[in-house]
Design a protein around this ligand. Sequence first.
Ligand code: SDX
Length: 423
Amino acid sequence: MAQDAIEFQYDGQPVRLPLVRGTEDETAVDIRRLRAETGLITLDPGYANTGACQSAITFINGEQGILRYRGYPIEQLAQGSTFLAVAWLLIYGELPSSEELERFEREVTRHTMLHEDFHHFFDAMPKSAHPMPVCAAAVSALTTFYDEPTTDDEIAKSIVRLIAKMPTIAAYSFKHSIGQPTMYPRNDLGYASNFLHMMFATPCERYEVDETVARTLDLLLILHADHEQNCSTSTVRMVGSSLANLYACISAGISALWGSLHGGANQKVIEMLERIAAEDGSADAFLRRAKDKDDTARLMGFGHRVYKSYDPRATILKSACHDVLDRIGGSSQLLDIARRLEEVALSDDYFIERKLYPNVDFYSGLIYQALGIPVDMFTVLFAMGRLPGWIAQWLEMRRDPDFRINRPRQVYQGPRERPLPAS
Ligand code: SDX
């Protein structure tokens, strides 16, 4: 009989707390009664050991390098599904029937346009602005165009709107930054192809979508679609727990993702590789710096809070990298440097002892670059991919029987009570 509680002594009293066991046998101590029974709270900076919720969306086993969306292995979804089918799976819990997928694709296609007033929004942004804050602001601005979704039908419509309009917002933020006119979406193109069209077509020249590029982009979106309670998803849940509306929650998620320790790492990886190439191309010299505590250099795209073995997404992307560079060209010099960095790091005690392996960001930037995506847009594409995951997690949180506003506690270390000096 599996143990169903833990017991300990505190202040001379026995304390018994129940255990919660997941379907993959992850086990947690349920501390909901801890403070009421003992006056104690827990302390866990960075929440490395703290479960914020019970979820049925994504399963990760960091020690074995396992990632599954609703039970389906990421390797099989990457090989045999499409981004919109995976988005439906994450949000609604099951793979769509052919009728459901056809209807979802049609609805997404028909909601890709933005309200014409959005052009004034983009025009107000400085051209030098990084597209991530522009996208975060634009998604939040959707709140001003559409009513707060409350019924299931309204929420379903908002989900379609967000998934449909995110590529348009992303492409418009890019076009604005290079001073080119925005390109309207086309209803005759698939999701990834439409984004590429809006990014690279101009009124003077049609953009012929390369099927390999479109399929590779769809694969990248699938691989980024969800990752359980990461920083940006936890942000979406935190903001959503106050009953802020879906657009505001997604906007907060975009802002959290931008951080260089999180989704911003894919851009930092390319900048790191280009810096190594520009200096002396020595991966070994850079790794010495990355291990030096007195040096700010970090091996970007390496290490992970959960994966203590190879990130399965990095495995898929490393293989895709070779295919894409072989088929459509791209910087083999940067790929050679990346592979050398990986080879040396994976045999170096510093990285081995700390179980630091390539994560999703290590190879993704090389592929984005080979697809012609500008480096400032890498994290925007991460956000486009993660959008269905954020939505699915937000929906699960709102429907959670344990739903309540998130309000962590603290251990106060400030001054004890003291009188205000007499004036
Ligand atoms: C993503 O959570 C998710 O699921 C995120 C994500 C998703 O899909 O949502 O997977 C996407 O964000 C991937 C991670 C992208 N970030 C990077 O590649 C940035 C580089 N990596 C690190 O900064 C770091 O590894 C983190 C942020 C990813 C994880 O940080 P942790 O878990 O807080 O680990 P840590 O910083 O405490 O590091 C433990 C040790 C430290 O050394 P010691 O103090 O023990 O001596 O490992 C060292 C760190 O200095 N270390 C690194 C390193 N990463 C960790 N040293 C050199 N280079 C690195 N990349």
